[in-house]
Design a protein around this ligand. Sequence first.
Ligand code: GDP
Length: 374
Amino acid sequence: MRVRNLGILAHVDAGKTTLTERVLFTTGATYKQGEVHDGTTVTDSDPQERSRGITIFAAAVSADWNGHRLNLIDTPGHVDFSDEVERSLRVLDGAVVVFDGVAGVEPQTESVWRAADRYGVPRIVFVNKLDRPGASLDHVVASIVDRLGAAPLVVQVPIGREDGFAGVVDLVGMRRLTWPDGVLRSEPADDAEAWAARGALEEAVAERHAAALEELGDMSETTLRAAIRDLTVAGDAVPVLCGSAYRDKGVEPLLDAVVDYLPAPGGDPGAPPAALVFKVHTARAGRVTYARIYDGTIRKGDVLWDATARRTERVARVLRLHADRHTDLDVAVAGDIVGLAGVKAARAGATLSGRDHPVLLEAPRTAEPLVSVA
Ligand code: GDP
């Protein structure tokens, strides 16, 4: 299964919670209230949060989309350079940055953006709340250029404005995407305005991408998508998508963009294990240690070496993290993010490695972390 480890970053109130809920609902990761969950669950949902329909998760949650597993890592709302924020940025490979379609770049978005820059996190932008009075994609795109100095690639344009906001034109696939009665409808886009916007996108891509430049004026969908991916992964450009989380418009194409443009994790499943603990959470059912595996394989029953505290730890269970429950895995491999039960003392920031191959992971944000022997 191919994996994307990503975070959703935003200024408070931009719509991160709403968008996260829609993502989990759209991917089928959350169940409607009242459904029966299996008995082996490790849940920690506050009943009050649940009754409000808000999905909370302690550290990370997995969802499947189009043959890919998306591991969504919780990133605290306030980027105050706390250890927790730094650690969450270290374990993700890409991010969706949510902007309020009226407010554009806000001070907190700026600090989130700079932090993602420091960690070299490739990102895509979702301009939310396009249904609101005064919302403007153009205004937000201009503020991304002016205030963040980034190179936005507008890959979608809105259909309708404010209360009449009905959907988006996907300029890469040249499709009109609308949500009549809440269900995605996709039709070919063939009007002059859409083609003009497509031309502008091709030019913006060709300006930065040599291979794409050769096809300028006649760029295939495949070439364009691949070029946008290259630029995004290299941090040379940022695809901009738009919609309204609240009205459930734009979520499926955003998930497609995550798969298309954000990078897959690296790592060697055959190497000795090396995993970074990024959060520890004590739930009713016990202590869950959240870890990103950078190399190797972790199995239920493994004895690992905490290279930070210099002691051994035994993995009683390896857990796949769902929104409302955890399920047991026999094995997890490099690139994945899992919960470990049975690990007694490892702290956030610790490296868990093979007993015979002790390593300390440092600055392990990239696919190939800097590794030094402990
Ligand atoms: P967060 O603070 O970033 O997690 O933002 P929330 O998801 O809690 O949203 C903040 C407020 O904006 C809530 O009142 C939402 O209902 C509202 N909101 C979120 N998305 C949209 C949207 O697409 N359109 C409109 N009009 N309101 C939205």
